[in-house]
Design a protein around this ligand. Structure first.
Ligand SMILES: C[S@@+](CC[C@H](N)C(=O)[O-])C[C@H]1O[C@@H](n2cnc3c(N)ncnc32)[C@H](O)[C@@H]1O
Length: 241
């Protein structure tokens, strides 16, 4: 597993090298953050999470990424990459950065990267609500099952839009509150339990996305009974040259 050297820690995303090219953040793995409550919670959840989550979520992620077109060399950011469940599903011709608040989750993702000797993926400790990247840096930004666990989902989505270039793609998989009032009420009642796991069930897709400068291209359920919605949007469509 890679370690953080002092020089790694000192470099910042967006720094330039001598050629003036934007330096990638690849050597910066595992920049340390404080330990906000969400990170601690997910540290404790890693074993349980790895036991059941891949079966629940893996197929949806595979399907959603498989439907995306990502050009060779495309800069892709995954927000809330966790243990790296999604990583094997991305094409290897892209330049992928994953961020997460939890260092324990990231340690698992790093182990996977090292095991597979992937050169195209890097993971970093970072808060989704205040991303340490320049505006318009990424061609694609993805996030799976994270917008309902961060403290401020609106801020996270604004950050995603900020770092995604005009015309770039945004892919979100999450549980959103059902449009069916009966189902919504039943699921809301489970919210008291899931909130203790740091996961809210009452997030409404319209409320959270409607103010953002995005154009929703697709919004669908992986199957009619799924708890999850997959949304793909074009970022800042009015600013495309
Ligand atoms: C339910 S897990 C999903 C992980 C992964 N996307 C997946 O589908 O397997 C939610 C992830 O969000 C991360 N997280 C929570 N709050 C965060 C924040 N403010 N910034 C970045 N990551 C955060 C957690 O550490 C956790 O890895």
């Amino acid at each position: 597993m890679s370690t953080v050297t002092p020089s790694d820690k000192d470099s910042k995303p967006g720094d330039s090298d001598s050629s003036g090219k934007q330096c990638d953040t690849k050597p910066q793995r595992r920049r340390r953050l404080g330990v906000p409550h969400a990170a601690k919670l997910y540290h404790n959840l890693v074993p349980a999470y790895q036991a059941f989550w891949p079966a629940v979520a893996g197929r949806n992620i595979r399907m959603a990424i498989g439907r995306m077109e990502m050009a060779a060399g495309a800069k892709v950011l995954e927000v809330g990459v966790g243990t790296g469940l999604s990583l094997p599903n991305y094409p290897t011709h892209i330049d992928l950065t994953g961020i997460d608040l939890s260092e324990s989750m990231l340690a698992e993702a790093e182990a996977m990267i090292d095991r597979n000797r992937w050169q195209h993926v890097d993971v970093q400790a970072m808060n989704a609500e205040s991303l340490d990247f320049e505006d318009n840096q990424f061609d694609v930004v993805t996030s799976f099952h994270t917008v309902s666990v961060v403290s401020n989902p609106t801020r996270m989505m604004s950050e995603i839009v900020r770092v995604c270039r005009p015309g770039g793609q945004i892919l979100i998989i999450n549980h959103f509150r059902s449009d069916n009032p009966l189902i919504a009420r039943v699921v809301d009642s489970a919210g008291n339990v899931t909130r203790r796991l740091g996961w809210r069930t009452d997030l409404e897709l319209e409320t959270i996305m409607s103010e953002l400068p995005i154009r929703i291209e697709e919004r669908y359920k992986p199957n009619p009974f799924s708890f999850f919605t997959i949304m793909r949007a074009i970022c800042k469509p009015n600013q495309i040259n």
